[in-house]
Write a protein that binds this ligand. Sequence first.
Ligand SMILES: [Zn+2]
Length: 266
Amino acid sequence: MTVPLSLTLPHFDEADPDAPGQQDAQEQDSAAGNGNGASTLKDLLPDSALSPSIVLQLQAKPNGISSNAQYADASTAANKPEVTNASAAGARQLQLTGSAWVSRFPTSTSVNDLTPDFKGKVSDFLGAIKNAGGSISISATYRPPERAYLMHYAWAVSHGTVAPNAVPAMAGVNIQWDHGDDKASKQAAKDMVKGYHMRHAAALGSNHTKRLAIDMTITGMTGKKIKGKNGTEVEIKQDSDLYPVGASYGVNKLINDPPHWSANGH
Ligand SMILES: [Zn+2]
Protein backbone atom coordinates (compact mmCIF):
# COMPACT_ATOMS: atom_id res chain seq x y z
CA MET A 1 0.00 0.00 0.00
CA THR A 2 1.44 3.32 -0.95
CA VAL A 3 0.32 6.87 -0.41
CA PRO A 4 -2.23 7.61 -3.15
CA LEU A 5 -0.72 9.14 -6.24
CA SER A 6 -3.01 12.11 -5.81
CA LEU A 7 -1.06 13.29 -2.81
CA THR A 8 2.02 13.83 -4.92
CA LEU A 9 0.26 16.02 -7.44
CA PRO A 10 0.74 19.68 -6.53
CA HIS A 11 -2.38 21.16 -8.05
CA PHE A 12 -5.95 20.28 -8.75
CA ASP A 13 -8.69 22.04 -10.53
CA GLU A 14 -11.83 22.19 -8.58
CA ALA A 15 -15.27 22.21 -10.06
CA ASP A 16 -17.96 24.09 -8.28
CA PRO A 17 -20.65 21.60 -7.43
CA ASP A 18 -23.32 24.10 -6.59
CA ALA A 19 -23.21 26.43 -9.51
CA PRO A 20 -23.51 24.82 -12.91
CA GLY A 21 -21.66 26.90 -15.42
CA GLN A 22 -19.50 28.47 -12.76
CA GLN A 23 -16.35 26.66 -12.00
CA ASP A 24 -13.43 26.90 -9.76
CA ALA A 25 -10.90 26.36 -12.45
CA GLN A 26 -7.64 26.52 -10.61
CA GLU A 27 -7.56 26.22 -6.90
CA GLN A 28 -3.99 25.52 -6.24
CA ASP A 29 -3.84 24.73 -2.59
CA SER A 30 -1.84 21.71 -1.68
CA ALA A 31 -3.81 18.51 -1.71
CA ALA A 32 -2.07 17.44 1.46
CA GLY A 33 -3.75 18.36 4.70
CA ASN A 34 -2.52 18.39 8.24
CA GLY A 35 -3.15 14.72 8.82
CA ASN A 36 -5.58 15.35 11.65
CA GLY A 37 -7.69 12.36 12.46
CA ALA A 38 -5.08 10.06 11.02
CA SER A 39 -4.35 8.69 14.47
CA THR A 40 -7.29 6.29 14.41
CA LEU A 41 -5.14 3.28 13.87
CA LYS A 42 -2.59 4.44 16.39
CA ASP A 43 -5.38 4.71 18.95
CA LEU A 44 -6.28 1.12 18.31
CA LEU A 45 -2.83 -0.32 18.35
CA PRO A 46 0.30 0.12 20.44
CA ASP A 47 3.15 1.94 18.71
CA SER A 48 5.12 -1.26 18.59
CA ALA A 49 2.44 -2.82 16.44
CA LEU A 50 2.90 -0.36 13.64
CA SER A 51 5.68 -0.69 11.14
CA PRO A 52 7.49 2.57 10.34
CA SER A 53 6.08 2.52 6.83
CA ILE A 54 2.52 2.28 8.07
CA VAL A 55 3.05 5.09 10.55
CA LEU A 56 4.51 7.18 7.76
CA GLN A 57 1.50 6.49 5.59
CA LEU A 58 -0.86 7.42 8.37
CA GLN A 59 0.93 10.68 8.95
CA ALA A 60 0.87 11.46 5.27
CA LYS A 61 -2.88 11.11 5.00
CA PRO A 62 -4.81 14.33 4.56
CA ASN A 63 -8.07 15.30 6.21
CA GLY A 64 -8.41 12.35 8.48
CA ILE A 65 -8.38 9.88 5.66
CA SER A 66 -7.12 6.45 6.43
CA SER A 67 -7.08 3.47 4.22
CA ASN A 68 -9.06 0.29 4.41
CA ALA A 69 -6.03 -1.45 3.03
CA GLN A 70 -3.96 -0.10 5.87
CA TYR A 71 -6.33 -1.53 8.40
CA ALA A 72 -5.61 -4.86 6.82
CA ASP A 73 -1.86 -4.23 6.75
CA ALA A 74 -1.78 -3.16 10.35
CA SER A 75 -3.89 -6.04 11.56
CA THR A 76 -1.46 -8.42 9.98
CA ALA A 77 1.51 -6.56 11.34
CA ALA A 78 0.04 -6.35 14.81
CA ASN A 79 -1.10 -9.93 14.85
CA LYS A 80 -3.67 -9.02 17.45
CA PRO A 81 -6.86 -11.01 16.96
CA GLU A 82 -9.07 -8.47 18.74
CA VAL A 83 -8.19 -5.80 16.20
CA THR A 84 -9.03 -7.26 12.84
CA ASN A 85 -9.88 -5.77 9.51
CA ALA A 86 -13.37 -7.15 9.90
CA SER A 87 -13.96 -5.49 13.24
CA ALA A 88 -12.61 -2.18 12.02
CA ALA A 89 -14.84 -2.23 8.95
CA GLY A 90 -17.76 -3.77 10.75
CA ALA A 91 -18.00 -0.79 13.09
CA ARG A 92 -19.30 1.20 10.12
CA GLN A 93 -22.35 0.58 8.00
CA LEU A 94 -21.22 1.27 4.47
CA GLN A 95 -23.38 2.54 1.63
CA LEU A 96 -22.42 2.10 -1.99
CA THR A 97 -21.38 5.09 -4.09
CA GLY A 98 -23.97 6.78 -6.26
CA SER A 99 -25.83 10.03 -6.80
CA ALA A 100 -27.52 9.84 -3.38
CA TRP A 101 -24.26 11.11 -1.92
CA VAL A 102 -24.31 14.37 -3.85
CA SER A 103 -26.80 16.12 -1.56
CA ARG A 104 -24.83 15.18 1.55
CA PHE A 105 -22.17 17.42 3.14
CA PRO A 106 -23.43 20.42 1.16
CA THR A 107 -21.30 23.41 0.34
CA SER A 108 -22.35 26.53 2.21
CA THR A 109 -23.22 29.80 0.49
CA SER A 110 -23.19 31.79 3.74
CA VAL A 111 -20.40 34.17 4.71
CA ASN A 112 -21.12 33.11 8.30
CA ASP A 113 -19.35 29.84 7.54
CA LEU A 114 -16.07 31.58 6.73
CA THR A 115 -13.39 32.08 9.40
CA PRO A 116 -14.23 35.11 11.58
CA ASP A 117 -11.29 37.06 10.16
CA PHE A 118 -12.05 36.35 6.51
CA LYS A 119 -15.76 36.82 7.10
CA GLY A 120 -15.03 40.35 8.32
CA LYS A 121 -12.97 41.13 5.23
CA VAL A 122 -15.56 39.68 2.86
CA SER A 123 -18.39 41.51 4.61
CA ASP A 124 -16.58 44.83 4.25
CA PHE A 125 -15.93 44.19 0.55
CA LEU A 126 -19.50 43.08 -0.12
CA GLY A 127 -20.77 46.12 1.77
CA ALA A 128 -18.69 48.40 -0.45
CA ILE A 129 -20.06 46.69 -3.57
CA LYS A 130 -23.62 47.10 -2.36
CA ASN A 131 -23.03 50.73 -1.41
CA ALA A 132 -21.74 51.31 -4.93
CA GLY A 133 -24.93 49.84 -6.38
CA GLY A 134 -23.64 46.42 -7.41
CA SER A 135 -25.22 43.01 -6.89
CA ILE A 136 -23.66 39.84 -5.52
CA SER A 137 -24.63 36.22 -5.97
CA ILE A 138 -22.71 33.81 -3.75
CA SER A 139 -22.39 30.23 -5.00
CA ALA A 140 -19.93 28.76 -2.48
CA THR A 141 -18.11 29.56 0.73
CA TYR A 142 -17.25 26.69 3.07
CA ARG A 143 -16.94 23.25 1.55
CA PRO A 144 -16.83 20.39 4.08
CA PRO A 145 -13.72 18.20 3.71
CA GLU A 146 -16.10 15.25 3.39
CA ARG A 147 -17.55 16.75 0.24
CA ALA A 148 -14.09 17.46 -1.14
CA TYR A 149 -13.19 13.82 -0.45
CA LEU A 150 -16.30 12.54 -2.23
CA MET A 151 -15.72 14.80 -5.22
CA HIS A 152 -12.03 14.01 -5.42
CA TYR A 153 -12.44 10.24 -5.45
CA ALA A 154 -15.61 10.22 -7.55
CA TRP A 155 -13.53 11.91 -10.24
CA ALA A 156 -10.58 9.57 -9.73
CA VAL A 157 -12.63 6.35 -9.77
CA SER A 158 -14.76 7.43 -12.73
CA HIS A 159 -11.60 8.21 -14.69
CA GLY A 160 -9.87 5.02 -13.66
CA THR A 161 -6.94 6.76 -11.98
CA VAL A 162 -7.75 5.16 -8.62
CA ALA A 163 -9.16 1.65 -8.34
CA PRO A 164 -12.44 1.46 -6.40
CA ASN A 165 -10.91 -0.87 -3.82
CA ALA A 166 -7.92 1.45 -3.37
CA VAL A 167 -9.85 4.54 -2.27
CA PRO A 168 -8.87 5.42 1.30
CA ALA A 169 -11.64 5.59 3.86
CA MET A 170 -12.54 8.87 5.51
CA ALA A 171 -13.83 9.15 9.06
CA GLY A 172 -17.51 10.03 9.06
CA VAL A 173 -18.09 9.10 5.41
CA ASN A 174 -19.40 5.55 5.39
CA ILE A 175 -19.13 4.99 1.70
CA GLN A 176 -18.29 1.84 -0.22
CA TRP A 177 -16.55 2.66 -3.49
CA ASP A 178 -16.15 -0.91 -4.68
CA HIS A 179 -19.37 -2.41 -6.06
CA GLY A 180 -17.56 -5.69 -6.64
CA ASP A 181 -17.80 -4.99 -10.35
CA ASP A 182 -15.48 -2.55 -12.04
CA LYS A 183 -18.06 -1.29 -14.50
CA ALA A 184 -20.67 -0.69 -11.80
CA SER A 185 -18.13 1.03 -9.56
CA LYS A 186 -17.08 3.37 -12.35
CA GLN A 187 -20.64 4.13 -13.37
CA ALA A 188 -21.68 5.00 -9.80
CA ALA A 189 -18.66 7.32 -9.49
CA LYS A 190 -19.59 8.84 -12.84
CA ASP A 191 -23.10 9.52 -11.55
CA MET A 192 -21.59 11.41 -8.63
CA VAL A 193 -19.32 13.45 -10.91
CA LYS A 194 -22.38 14.39 -12.93
CA GLY A 195 -24.34 15.29 -9.82
CA TYR A 196 -21.54 17.55 -8.63
CA HIS A 197 -21.36 19.23 -12.06
CA MET A 198 -17.63 18.58 -12.07
CA ARG A 199 -15.56 19.43 -15.11
CA HIS A 200 -12.21 19.21 -13.37
CA ALA A 201 -10.64 17.06 -10.70
CA ALA A 202 -11.29 18.36 -7.18
CA ALA A 203 -8.66 19.01 -4.55
CA LEU A 204 -8.94 17.22 -1.22
CA GLY A 205 -8.06 20.46 0.49
CA SER A 206 -8.57 24.02 -0.73
CA ASN A 207 -9.32 27.44 0.63
CA HIS A 208 -12.98 26.44 0.55
CA THR A 209 -12.42 23.56 2.99
CA LYS A 210 -10.40 26.00 5.13
CA ARG A 211 -13.26 28.55 5.18
CA LEU A 212 -11.02 31.02 3.39
CA ALA A 213 -12.65 31.32 -0.04
CA ILE A 214 -15.83 32.58 -1.63
CA ASP A 215 -17.27 32.02 -5.09
CA MET A 216 -19.48 34.86 -6.18
CA THR A 217 -20.72 36.64 -9.25
CA ILE A 218 -20.64 40.41 -9.02
CA THR A 219 -22.82 42.35 -11.43
CA GLY A 220 -23.93 45.90 -12.04
CA MET A 221 -20.62 47.51 -11.20
CA THR A 222 -19.57 48.84 -14.60
CA GLY A 223 -19.50 52.62 -14.49
CA LYS A 224 -19.95 52.69 -10.70
CA LYS A 225 -17.57 54.08 -8.11
CA ILE A 226 -16.59 51.92 -5.17
CA LYS A 227 -14.66 52.75 -2.04
CA GLY A 228 -11.51 50.82 -1.22
CA LYS A 229 -10.58 49.98 2.34
CA ASN A 230 -8.78 53.30 2.78
CA GLY A 231 -11.81 55.23 1.55
CA THR A 232 -10.44 56.10 -1.89
CA GLU A 233 -13.05 55.88 -4.64
CA VAL A 234 -12.27 53.75 -7.66
CA GLU A 235 -14.28 53.82 -10.86
CA ILE A 236 -15.02 50.36 -12.24
CA LYS A 237 -14.65 50.25 -16.01
CA GLN A 238 -14.13 46.51 -16.27
CA ASP A 239 -14.37 43.52 -13.93
CA SER A 240 -10.65 43.46 -13.27
CA ASP A 241 -10.83 46.96 -11.76
CA LEU A 242 -12.52 45.28 -8.79
CA TYR A 243 -9.52 43.06 -8.07
CA PRO A 244 -7.31 45.70 -6.40
CA VAL A 245 -10.36 46.97 -4.52
CA GLY A 246 -11.04 43.49 -3.16
CA ALA A 247 -7.35 43.13 -2.30
CA SER A 248 -7.52 46.33 -0.23
CA TYR A 249 -10.10 44.55 1.94
CA GLY A 250 -8.06 41.34 2.09
CA VAL A 251 -10.23 39.50 -0.45
CA ASN A 252 -7.97 38.40 -3.27
CA LYS A 253 -8.93 37.32 -6.77
CA LEU A 254 -7.80 34.10 -8.38
CA ILE A 255 -7.68 35.55 -11.87
CA ASN A 256 -8.24 32.41 -13.94
CA ASP A 257 -11.20 31.23 -11.83
CA PRO A 258 -14.07 33.62 -12.54
CA PRO A 259 -16.15 33.34 -9.34
CA HIS A 260 -13.31 32.62 -6.91
CA TRP A 261 -11.90 35.00 -4.33
CA SER A 262 -9.93 34.02 -1.24
CA ALA A 263 -7.76 35.17 1.62
CA ASN A 264 -4.52 34.48 -0.23
CA GLY A 265 -5.62 34.59 -3.87
CA HIS A 266 -5.46 30.81 -4.29
ZN1 LIG B 1 -13.86 28.72 -5.38
